[in-house]
Design a protein around this ligand. Sequence first.
Ligand code: PMP
Length: 306
Amino acid sequence: MQTSGKLIWLDGALVPWDDAKVHLLTHTLHYGLGVFEGIRGYRRADGRTAIFRLGEHVDRLLQSAHICTIEVPHSRAQLMAACVETVRRNEMTEGYLRPIVFLGDPVMGLGTLENPTRVAIAAFLWGAYLGDEGLRRGIRARVSSFTRSGVNSSMAKGKICGQYVNSILAKREAHATGHDEAIMLDHNGHVTEATGENLFLIKGGRLFTAPLAAAILAGVTRDSVLQLARDAGIEAREELFNRDLLYVADEVFLTGTAAELTPVCEIDGRRIGGGEVGPVTRRLQQAYFDAVKGAAPRHPEWLTYV
Ligand code: PMP
């Protein structure tokens, strides 16, 4: 359970947390056409708070809306300023931001264009998404029995509310069978991503992850890790691979704003590598935490100070 903030930014103004309510006939609640983001701010080693890659997250929010033909009634600059203000006015030194663009009430029916487009930004404390123990020691995953929707069925480049039904079914199935997370394959059996994280594997010292042409979200953390790997001289390849390469990988890890960089130590009952967090994963995890909250940021362009 996450710890709530005090104020929520709603349609241009901060309102008390408990007053940020919507009507039952909110269109997005029924049909799922809405878009959202997940963003983290960290208290850095110097004591200052910085939001990680805020511009890229707001860009993706606007692109997700564009994919959905939703016109957002606020500019990129306004949304970035609203995120900063939400953190500041909630007096948070670290936390998670959840912007959402949704279609309001009251008209039902799929084709209506009458409802207002609404925007909210909530801020709250949210610990390690896959658990502190998962971050430290790795998680157990399974390949899902649910297939990731095809690239012409779902718009994977959009972070679209309704698309998360596919991920939630997979996540619930994983939990029901005693796993921490599910890995999604596409219709051809290629590994795409996990339910809310991108996936990387290491084989022979090289890093592999699915290409952007696959049915994956263009993760901001994925992009950060690819850059950090290149900084560290680790060869990184974006190409398709199948589940058997997961089983024989030296190391596997997941990336996401919420999950950060979480190692995977077991998949479908098979130990990955030595069954412990591997050296490349450890190195990249350290580089990631240095980037988001370390003393000497290698990529100051990724930080928006609050
Ligand atoms: N894939 C999916 C399906 C996700 O929901 C997320 C979380 N936003 C990610 C990947 C990771 O994206 P990011 O690193 O931008 O948080």
